[in-house]
Design a protein around this ligand. Structure first.
Ligand code: PLZ
Length: 440
């Protein structure tokens, strides 16, 4: 049984010393949510260099769904590394790459014929999905949504909505990226009931009148918006977007980098929306902690690409592929889809009850093990980022790792490893609840 243990201040003296050393060597451009240095991590616990045991409600931002040192992943990595660490798939090939492609064809939504291209990071998958959509359609425009997050590279940063910290100072941005409305029920100008139809009408009007649908290569959407605030789109919105895309020969891309691989209580969050994306971007949990990303899509789109037109030195690295196959094996064997639903069942009702008591909680939302609280000035919908920061700070000092997100910085998000023990999660929720009640 794992348990939380806080035996020094957080960060403790050894972390503080390392932090000081870091400051002299590491670019100041990196933040640190909880400035502790890690010794070891597994299941739902991260052990720091001062011997504190912190409960992990972040999973390294939705990566370590099977835990940060799953024995199956560790063994597969060691076995592959002892045979070869790298060849470059564009030079000489290896089976792991093909096996991951096969697994993605089987697991992603839709039973059409699929092909996969592997890369390394999430941003790289999104960049390549855009390249593929442009090449396949001969069109240039890319439509992204309000509150979107797609990465930090030049193109994906352009596609990302939020100015600070992702874009400020980093322009000029990539051309031919257009932002359309999203269906954010809590902040819908017409209320949650009419949110989907209203947002869809504005999106289609914007595309038709400002871009021209016949110029659009792709519309890309996160089926639950992650960094933007764990926004679950109003029911029917994404289906409407997909139908519009189909009608106009636009490729519909789902960015499932954060939502994929059991996280939301289905293998992919697109399933909740009844959509079958033409292309789907995955990363994060795919690699079981190693850097691996993918674009999986309709064979007729993916095969338009001539040999040599996409790739990368490390694209689909063999050690990362071995880790991915092991992680997927654990997700399926241990039915982590059901585990994510069980986490929702444990957490969501408790957060909803809490929200009835605490007027600073404006909204409780999410699916599976991707859940969030949005903080507002009581009695209004005005975002209260200070409240979210205060709750997170309380959690951190008590040994619970929580992340803040959202366009307005006022959302606390919960992303535990899917293998977290129920008692450990309950303890983390006690700490969270205490921090929220102390807001007064
Ligand atoms: N698309 C939906 O969530 C990464 C970013 C954290 P990379 N999200 C965490 C940060 O502050 O950098 C993400 C995502 C979605 C794309 C990405 C990008 O994935 O692997 O970070 O490039």
């Amino acid at each position: 049984m794992q348990r939380r243990l806080v035996q020094t201040a957080i960060p403790g003296p050894r972390s503080l010393a390392l932090q000081k050393e870091r400051e002299g060597h590491v670019s100041g451009g990196f933040g640190a949510t909880v400035p502790v240095f890690v010794e070891q991590a597994s299941g739902g616990i991260i052990v720091d260099v001062d011997g504190n045991q912190l409960i992990d409600l972040a999973s390294g931002i939705a990566v370590t769904s099977v835990g940060a040192s799953a024995p199956e992943v560790a063994a597969a990595v060691a076995e592959q590394a002892s045979r070869f660490t790298h060849t470059c798939f564009m030079v000489t090939e290896y089976e792991g790459f093909v096996d991951v492609a096969k697994a993605l064809a089987r697991l992603t939504p839709g039973d059409h014929e699929k092909r996969t291209a592997l890369f390394t990071t999430g941003a790289e998958a999104v960049e390549n999905a855009v390249k593929i959509a442009r090449a396949a359609t001969g069109r240039q425009a890319v439509v992204v949504l309000d509150h979107a997050y797609h990465g930090r590279t030049l193109l994906t940063m352009t596609m990302t909505a939020k100015h600070v910290p992702y874009k400020a100072g980093f322009g000029p941005f990539a051309p031919e990226v257009y932002r359309a409305p999203t269906a954010y029920p809590f902040r819908s100008p017409v209320g949650p009931e009419r949110c989907a139809e209203d947002a869809l009408a504005r999106l289609t009007e914007m595309i038709t009148t400002q871009i021209g649908a016949d110029r659009v290569a792709a519309i890309i959407a996160e089926p639950i918006q992650g960094e933007g605030g764990f926004i679950v789109p109003a029911p029917g919105f994404l289906k409407g977007v997909q139908d519009f895309a189909r009608e106009h020969g636009i490729i519909f891309i789902a960015d499932e980098i954060q939502t994929g691989f059991a996280r939301t209580g289905t293998m992919f969050a697109s399933e909740h929306e009844g959509i079958v994306p033409d292309l789907i971007c995955t990363a994060k949990a795919l690699g079981g902690g190693l850097p691996l990303s993918a674009v999986t899509g309709r064979a007729e789109i993916m095969d338009r690409m001539a040999p040599g037109t996409i790739g990368g030195t490390y694209a689909g690295n063999p050690v990362a592929c071995a880790a991915a196959l092991a992680a997927i094996g654990v997700i399926e064997r241990d039915d982590l889809v059901a585990r994510a639903s069980a986490i929702e069942g444990q957490v969501l009702p408790r957060l909803r009850t809490l929200a009835e008591d605490v007027p600073a909680i404006g909204d409780v939302r999410g699916r599976g093990a991707m859940l969030a609280l949005e903080f507002v000035v009581p009695g209004t919908t005005e975002p209260d980022p200070a409240a979210a920061r205060a709750v997170a700070a309380h959690c951190h000092s008590e040994g619970v790792i929580t992340l803040v997100c959202g366009t307005f910085g006022n959302v606390i998000r919960l992303l535990p490893p899917l293998v977290i023990e129920a008692d450990l999660l309950a303890d983390a929720l006690d700490v969270l609840e205490q921090g929220i009640r102390e807001l007064g």
